[in-house]
Design a protein around this ligand. Sequence first.
Ligand SMILES: Nc1ncnc2c1ncn2[C@@H]1O[C@H](COP(=O)(O)OP(=O)(O)OP(=O)(O)O)[C@@H](O)[C@H]1O
Length: 242
Amino acid sequence: MNEPILTVEDLSVRISGLHILQGVSFAVAPTGVTVLLGRNGVGKTTTLRAIVGLTPPAGEVRGTIRMGAQSLLAQRTHRLVRGGLGYVPEDRDVFAGLTVAENLRLAERRGTTPAYDKVFALFPELDRRGRQRAGSLSGGQQQMLAIGRVLLNDNRLLLVDEPTKGLAPKVVTEVAEVLERVAESVPVLLVEQNLAVVRRLARDAVVLAAGKVAWTGDARELLLETALTKSLLGVGSAEVSH
Ligand SMILES: Nc1ncnc2c1ncn2[C@@H]1O[C@H](COP(=O)(O)OP(=O)(O)OP(=O)(O)O)[C@@H](O)[C@H]1O
């Protein structure tokens, strides 16, 4: 692998007495999609939140997280975002009472030129629906808005948490297509349970189990190993082969 864009070493997160991550280490390649996999509750979201400085105040984070030469641990989230770490949370977190255009405007970073042309080329719907309240968008459209607003700014790395969760199959395909295009220009660390999407997008895979890294390697090779996939992810060959 070329010099990774992100390295996580011996990451440990405790929240409310629970030792959720127990010495997690992995690297994210400087191009393409690296997928973070694992059964429900193994700590995938906790990992992304630790990287972007959003562990709850009661939580305790230890270890090393670096983006390039920069240490991320103990830095404020707004600084990390300004430094080029884009984060699309699992619950999308769009401002339901504001319009699409207002949601986008809020994401603009002072002192930079927001890339509306790029965002509207990827998501023409966001342009057409500028005056619509974000709360009245479909789940897929809200996901597009959540991704689009992060792409208004230059990013060195994107963290994207379960972008296809709860979406209809056709919309899952649309979101996957968009992420594929996005990943041509910025590396992505993706949490994704839909293995067809993983197969389409991911080159490298990191699998967590019980708060530790259980497997790292080529994502497609993992998906070919049905017994391994079943033991690590709890899914059968039918789900893997779709
Ligand atoms: N703020 C918190 N307080 C207490 N426990 C938490 C907190 N956040 C996460 N946990 C626990 O940590 C574990 C890991 O949660 P996390 O959301 O990171 O898992 P995940 O792998 O993303 O799961 P899923 O695939 O279901 O989204 C779970 O057991 C969860 O209940």
